[in-house]
Design a protein around this ligand. Structure first.
Ligand code: ZN
Length: 200
């Protein structure tokens, strides 16, 4: 478990990692502790993520907490008039405005806890996550376990051949891989720029 040095006011915490790394479980754990402390907690997630339920942040082990789905980051500002702690899940799907929303909340004394994918399936920084990590007081990178070799995994490898950035899914579409196994499964270009194509 994490022994985080939590403040109950004016801060931004980012929990990031690949798919199946336990980001949402860690978000839920911190939010539940805030609730035990009788703090006023609000939780948001982007409307795009409709995998399980419209009203709940749900992690893969069904440890749930009720959340509000919102269309855009500005809706979070409108819905956080009187809170101590704000949780945001799947932050990679929000617009860039989420960074200013988090800063504004923290500057007003709110503890903001953000969870999201740090990289997309191509291994590139995902949406507003790099900027959120830059302005955060504390960043926690969590890791999944590589399904091929058992090492720590930081990549979300997409098993389907779709090139769309956002394809929601579970184990049938994505698998967590370590760097070595991820590189072995993705396009590898040689010195002339010729691609050898996917190797698995
Ligand atoms: Zn591996």
């Amino acid at each position: 478990m994490f022994l985080e040095n939590t403040k109950n006011a004016g801060s931004i915490e980012v929990i990031c990692g690949s798919m199946f790394s336990g980001k949402t479980e860690e978000l839920i754990r911190r939010l539940k502790r805030a609730k035990f402390a009788r703090l006023r907690v609000e939780i948001f997630k982007p409307k795009i993520d409709t995998r399980y339920s419209d009203e709940e942040v749900v992690s893969h082990d069904s440890n749930t907490i009720v959340s509000t789905p919102v269309d855009s980051s500005t809706a979070i500002t409108l819905l956080t008039g009187d809170v101590d702690v704000v949780g945001i899940d799947e932050a990679q799907f929000f617009d860039k405005g989420i960074v200013d929303v988090c800063l504004q909340l923290a500057n007003n004394g709110v503890r903001v806890i953000v969870a999201g994918l740090d990289m997309d399936f191509k291994g590139k920084p995902f949406g507003p996550m790099p900027d959120l990590m830059a302005v955060a007081d504390e960043v926690t990178k969590v890791h999944a376990i590589c399904v091929r070799c058992g090492d720590l995994a930081e990549f979300s490898h997409r098993k389907s051949d779709s090139d769309k950035l956002v394809v929601l899914g579970e184990q049938d579409i994505y698998e967590p891989l370590c760097r070595r196994c991820y590189l072995a499964c993705t396009d590898v270009s040689d010195e002339n720029g010729d691609s050898s194509g996917p190797l698995c």
